[in-house]
Design a protein around this ligand. Structure first.
Ligand code: G6Q
Length: 550
């Protein structure tokens, strides 16, 4: 689909003009002009309530943004994704993570094959395996129960499982230990395993390609670790399972493909936490609750597919994100879950948003002349308030915030949940309304301090509330962001589903690692900086005195 001139479209120009007008008005004025604003600018779906009245918009902004979505073909692209068209054009693949959570009664045909049936066949196998491990029927090589699960993967094959495990820890088997190893830094593996009994440990090797250096290296380390405890080669089968699309490489590694759980090339790594990549999640919370999570995803998928633009949660989130990114020129977004269990959610979203939409050319390869994905970052509240919130309140940059909170705590402790949520609500209020110099003076502040204690406000935020963090609400929340990312990518006319930047990293390291391993190499052919770093590293590693030259 060609959409080369986004910024010269009349709809974009209209938004520019509108921005020039509305940016003259402080959020204080927008609220004063419309007392119902706090209720009007809200939308609710799948148990998630989005309050966006503290965005620097009015009804006209939303209309103009919807016009932009319409003229860039968002509705058609949504249908194309659900239909299984090859919308990941640079890899010539369908993008069907929505099939991972479709109920068994649905059919989605891809090249004449019903992928939903395939998904459910794997889900059944996963459930059966999880029941065996959780019930103690699956024994380690010496007859011990499996009590430790170590998931090895990286990027999309790690961030989702870690985030989901942490998010749903409350629902997980507390008598089992779950660890995640991703980094090729040996510390990650050593720290994850140092206190585990190998005879009670099951490794899940998660890799879509089964060729990723970090994952394969850690998988080999795991095998050596097990064998060192006296286990035989036959023991591998009881302690290793694989999640991959590449049966051949799994077999080469030595894992019986009977213990491999598959997925498909139409599932992107960062969209795979609800595929077999989520095996650790299912082991932790059990098949039934895993299915509830899938139902939460599916509810949002259906909402996204069918709700009109004005009430479509992912669509609205996306349009607000475009507004903040391209018209308010905000280069970053802070994601602030006021829920300790969501502590890895910002890291997960970083990959989802930045790997998907951190692109500089359009689908037809032309350089964009507008900003694409902003930088996503964040920490759970209230911790962030005591560190970087200073910049959000009084810095020179506008940082739109997504506040995420829940009505009911999973661990009630006195009034602590009210305290937590009071902070969430108060932060959004302070960011929007600030504190004027006159208000500061009225507090009797020394005149010299007035500028320091003044808050200009007018800083935009979304607030997302749900009743409770559950597998279902987590699924809906993740799907909300997935689809919002997709809509933004459609408007920017980029491929949200490839990741050539990641591929580059995978290749570069291969070349350099060979050079690091040779002790001396007179013919390093990089730039002078890279050559010098390689030489310095070798000396440091080998404990040699430093000095100039090779
Ligand atoms: C995700 C990316 C990337 C990928 C990892 C791991 O969308 O493609 O993060 O998930 O590089 O790849 P494998 O699963 O193939 O090991």
């Amino acid at each position: 689909m060609s959409n080369p001139d986004l910024t010269s479209r009349p709809q974009w120009q209209a938004l520019r003009k509108h921005f020039a007008e509305i940016s003259q008005h402080h959020l204080r004025e927008l609220f004063a002009a419309d007392p119902t604003r706090g209720e009007r600018f809200t939308v609710e779906a799948c148990g998630l309530y989005l309050e966006y009245s503290k965005q620097r918009i009015n009804a006209e902004t939303l209309e103009l943004l919807r016009d932009l979505a319409e003229c860039t073909g968002v509705a058609q692209r949504i249908q194309a994704m659900f239909r299984g068209d090859h919308i990941n054009t640079t890899e010539n693949r369908a993008v069907l993570h929505i099939a991972l959570r479709a109920p068994a009664s649905e059919k989605i045909l891809l090249d004449g094959r019903d992928v939903v049936a395939d998904v459910h066949a794997v889900l059944e196998r996963m459930a059966e395996f999880c029941e065996q491990v959780r019930s103690g029927a699956w024994l380690g090589h010496s007859g011990k129960h499996i009590r430790n699960i170590v998931s090895i993967g990286i990027g999309g094959s790690d961030l989702g499982p870690v985030m989901a495990y942490e998010a749903l820890r409350h629902y997980s088997r507390r008598d089992m230990t779950f660890r995640f190893v991703s980094n090729v830094d040996g510390t990650d593996f050593m720290e994850a395993t140092h206190d585990l009994d190998a005879a009670e440990t099951l490794f899940i090797i998660c890799s879509k390609t089964f060729t990723t250096l970090e994952t394969l290296t850690n998988a080999h380390a795991a095998r050596t670790w097990l064998l060192k405890t006296g286990a035989t080669e036959q023991a591998i089968a009881r302690h290793f399972v694989a999640v991959s699309t590449n049966a051949e490489e799994v077999r080469k590694f030595g894992i019986d493909t009977a213990h491999m759980f598959g997925f498909w090339d139409w599932v992107g790594g960062r969209y795979s936490m609800d595929s077999a990549i989520g095996l650790s999640t299912m082991l932790a919370i059990g098949p039934d609750q895993f299915r509830q999570m899938l139902a939460g995803f599916h509810a949002m998928d259906e909402h996204f597919r069918t709700a009109p633009a004005e009430r479509n949660l992912p669509m609205l989130m996306a349009l607000l994100a475009i507004w903040n990114n391209n018209f308010l020129d905000s280069a970053t977004v802070a994601v602030l879950p006021y829920e300790q269990y969501l502590k890895r959610f910002p890291a997960y979203l970083q990959q989802l948003t930045m790997e998907s939409n951190g692109k500089h050319v359009t689908l037809d390869g032309k350089p964009v002349d507008y900003a694409t994905a902003p930088v996503y970052w964040g920490e759970p509240g209230t911790n962030g308030q005591h560190s970087f919130f200073q910049l959000i309140h009084q810095g020179t940059r506008i940082v739109p915030c997504d506040f995420i909170g829940f009505g009911q705590p999973l661990n009630p402790l006195g009034e602590q949940h009210d305290l937590l949520m009071a902070n969430l609500i108060a932060q959004g209020e302070a960011l929007a309304f600030g504190k004027t110099a006159d208000e500061v003076r009225a507090e009797g502040t020394d005149e010299a301090l007035v500028p320091h204690r003044t808050f200009e406000g007018n800083r935009p935020s979304n607030t997302i509330l749900a009743a409770k963090l559950t597998p279902h609400s987590l699924g809906s929340l993740v799907a909300l962001y997935e689809h919002s990312v997709f809509v933004q990518g459609v408007i920017w006319n980029i491929d949200s589903f490839d990741q050539w930047g990641v591929e580059l990293g995978k290749q570069l390291a291969q070349k350099t690692v060979a050079e690091l391993c040779q002790k001396t190499s007179p013919d390093l052919s990089h730039d002078s900086s890279t050559n010098a770093l390689i030489r310095r590293y070798r000396r440091l590693r080998d404990g040699e005195p430093s000095g100039a030259g090779a």
